[in-house]
Structures are given as structure tokens and as C-alpha cells.
Design a protein around this ligand. Structure first.
Ligand SMILES: Nc1ncnc2c1ncn2[C@@H]1O[C@H](COP(=O)(O)OP(=O)(O)OP(=O)(O)O)[C@@H](O)[C@H]1O
Length: 374
């Protein structure tokens, strides 16, 4: 087991005469035994960060340590890590047993009895002991993914690194494998870094989530922390599905005034003191339709089964509210919406920094959130 520390890790690529900063002085600690999910939009530097931890990229500057050991200059094969990629990279001509044992056979550390024992134990752990004689092409996507995992587990590494390992699976299997992988990781207690661009997957799986944008770490925290107390507008907007509603409002005394008649009097104006403009965020799940709220015009209502998504316009701002399944306003109808002030997010209009610490007083738990949005 190992705690992984990235200290001011920077990775630049040269592309013709241009310098691309893929990872910009990243500080991050992954705790011993933790399942940390690295998430962010395409090109934000997730894979480069993971490959740097693996030793597959040489960092431009900064240090990476596993426990007390500085591994920055160690080659990949001298770091005790196992990687699982989205393309399973199984050897097509080898059966499952040989695929799982391949890495062990290359090493001089294991005799054939030990290899057989380890492969059988791993296959049993993954529920694929009946498939040991089969070739990859005879396996389903989920089974192939288990074999790829088996190849990583069998080595009993200090660190697991996974890059979108479930992205080739269909939605149902992906959801099932998420749970299995999480259970397995907790059972094995191996420090794990898991990369995905899917925030729902990140929320569902990570002990903690590290959100990156443009090579920079935006926030690290539990699902609940990044959802309820985002550091900035980027995190608030990236986490949540459908996305948070955002608008710019002017501030006059205690009153926020925005597009299309948005008007709201803050009972606690302290966060916006000194601002004449702020960015306001309201999560779709924090909005309710009420009788004496703020006007918006309904455009579409999407029925989701256990609830409805109500899409609306308020001046030039598009809004989404998650409303009760029994409520079905008609397109074109003017409705009124409300929210609790504690559920309001406020951001600096220039820097995007959060202006308030959210309190967790709304009734949507993270568990509800994850199941509802799948
Ligand atoms: N070998 C390379 N040479 C030049 N530029 C690179 C190289 N590898 C990555 N980059 C650039 O570095 C930045 C970060 O890329 P990276 O693959 O780490 O992002 P990512 O968040 O993993 O994206 P995705 O989710 O699309 O895989 C991008 O701008 C990418 O184009």
C-alpha cells in the first residue's frame, strides 16, 4: 500500500513551435488505499497525469512519491503499478489463463505453481474461473474487462491506475461493473487512481474526486463536497446533471436582479457585499414550482419516470428544473419557481470563485442524485 504524492508536477509537450502545458504545477495527495477519481473535460490533462504517475511520461518538473520513495525518475517497470486501459489490450491468441498470467511469466520471481495459484485466485475473485480456457474473442465485453482487471490484480501491485476502463461497455454493464470494481478495490485496499470524463461515474465511484480543467486542479473532495461546496463556477457547472442553472445578476443592497424579471431578495447579503454584479447558480433539483415565485416560460417537459425535467426560458437564460412526476406544465405556459436561499450558489463574476460556503440543508442526498441521473 502507498500514499501517492504529486508535488508541483508539470508536464509540457512541444507541438511544432508551441508549448502545451498539459499538467500545470499539480499538487495532489492520494491517500493510502484510497479510490481517487480524476475527472474533467477532454484535454484537461487527466491521462497525462495518470501516465506521469505510471512512469509512462517523464515530467517536466515536480516530484512524485509513493510512500517515502521518490519515484520521479524511475521507469514504469520499476514502479509497482498496474494499469487498466479502456481498450483492454488482451492478447487474442492467448486464452484467459495465459492472458492473466502473462506478466507473471515474464518475471523470474514466480515459479509455475505460484503463477497457477495466483491466476486461479484472481479468476475466482472476478467470477471468471469458468472462462480460463477461452480466447478473448469468445468473451463478452464485460468478461474481457474482467480479464483485463485480472491481469492487473494478479500482480498484487502497490498502485492501480485506470484510464476510462469501463467506457467500452454498454450503460447497464457499466453501472454493474462500477459497483463490482468499487467493491473489489475496497477488498484489495490498493491505492487507486481512476480517470474518467464522466462526472456521474466519478460521483458514484470515488472515495474522493479530483476535478481538473486546463491542466489545473480545481478541487479535491468527496462527492458531497464538490457538489454542495464547489470552489468555483467551473466545478459547480461540471458536477451535476442536468447542469446547474447559471445567470448574471446585478446587486443592489440585498436584491439580486437578473434577466427576464429575475429578482430575489437575499436574507443574508454578506457573500455579495462589495459586488455590483455576481454569478448566480441554482441546481435543477433545488427548484420547485410555486405560486408566488419568479416567472419563467416553459419550453419542454421531459418525463423521466420518477420525475420530470422542466425546461424553461427566463429572458435570454435557459433554465432546467427537476420537478415532481405529477407536475406537467404545458409548453408556452408561464410558471413560477422558487428555491431556498441556502441552495443558492454565488460566484465572483470575474474569477468564478465561490462567494459562499454552502450548507447542506437541501433534501437531495448524493445517493439520490447518483441514482436519479443514471
Ligand atoms: N504526446 C503528446 N504530444 C503533444 N500534446 C499532447 C500529448 N499528449 C497529450 N497532449 C496534449 O496535452 C493536453 C492534455 O491531454 P490529456 O490526454 O492528458 O487530456 P485528457 O484530460 O486525458 O483528455 P481525454 O479525456 O480527451 O483523454 C491536451 O491538450 C493534449 O492535446
Amino acid at each position: 500500500m502507498a500514499e501517492i504524492t504529486l508535488d508541483t508536477v508539470r508536464k509540457e509537450f512541444r507541438d511544432n513551435s508551441r508549448t502545451i502545458v498539459a499538467v500545470n504545477d499539480l499538487d495532489l495527495t492520494i491517500r493510502d488505499g484510497e479510490f481517487l477519481v480524476l475527472v474533467g473535460p477532454s484535454g484537461c490533462g487527466k491521462t497525462t497525469t495518470l501516465r506521469s504517475v505510471a512512469g509512462l511520461e517523464e515530467v517536466t518538473s515536480g516530484t512524485i512519491t509513493f510512500g517515502d520513495e521518490d519515484v520521479t525518475d524511475l521507469r514504469a517497470r520499476d514502479r509497482d503499478v498496474a494499469m487498466v486501459f479502456q481498450n483492454y489490450a488482451l492478447y487474442p491468441h492467448m486464452n484467459v489463463e495465459r492472458n492473466i498470467g502473462f506478466g507473471l511469466r515474464l518475471s523470474t520471481d514466480f515459479d509455475s505453481q505460484e503463477i497457477t495459484r495466483r491466476v486461479e485466485d484472481t479468476a475466482e475473485m472476478l467470477g471468471i474461473e469458468d472462462l480460463l480456457g477461452k480466447k478473448p474473442k469468445a468473451l463478452s465485453g464485460g468478461q474481457q474487462q474482467r480479464v483485463a482487471l485480472g491481469r492487473a490484480i494478479v500482480r498484487d501491485p502497490e498502485v492501480f491506475l485506470m484510464d476510462e476502463p469501463l467506457s467500452n461497455l454498454d450503460a447497464k454493464l457499466r453501472a454493474q461493473m462500477r459497483t463490482e470494481l468499487q467493491e473489489l478495490q475496497h477488498e484489495l485496499d490498493v491505492t487507486t487512481v481512476y480517470v474518467t470524463h464522466d462526472q456521474t461515474e466519478a460521483m458514484a465511484m470515488g472515495d474522493r474526486i479530483a476535478i481538473m480543467n486546463d491542466g489545473e486542479l480545481q478541487q479535491v473532495g468527496t462527492a458531497e463536497e464538490v457538489y454542495r461546496t464547489p470552489n468555483n463556477e467551473f466545478v459547480a457547472n461540471f458536477i451535476g446533471s442536468p447542469s446547474i442553472n447559471l445567470l448574471t445578476a446585478t446587486v443592489e443592497n440585498d436584491r439580486l436582479t437578473g434577466p427576464g424579471g429575475f429578482s430575489y431578495e437575499l436574507s443574508d447579503p454578506a457573500p455579495v457585499e462589495g459586488y455590483d454584479r455576481v454569478r448566480v447558480g441554482i441546481r435543477p433539483e433545488d427548484m420547485t414550482l410555486v405560486e408566488d415565485g419568479i416567472d419563467a416560460s416553459v419550453t419542454v417537459v421531459e418525463q423521466m419516470g420518477n420525475e420530470n425535467f422542466c425546461y424553461m426560458e427566463m429572458g435570454e437564460v435557459d433554465l432546467t428544473a427537476r420537478i415532481d412526476a405529477s407536475l406537467r406544465p404545458s409548453p408556452g405556459e408561464t410558471v413560477e419557481f422558487g428555491f431556498e436561499e441556502t441552495a443558492l450558489y454565488l460566484f465572483d463574476p470575474e474569477t468564478g470563485e465561490s462567494l459562499k460556503t454552502m450548507t447542506d440543508e437541501t433534501d437531495v442526498s448524493i445517493e439520490d442524485y447518483v441514482t436519479q441521473t443514471e
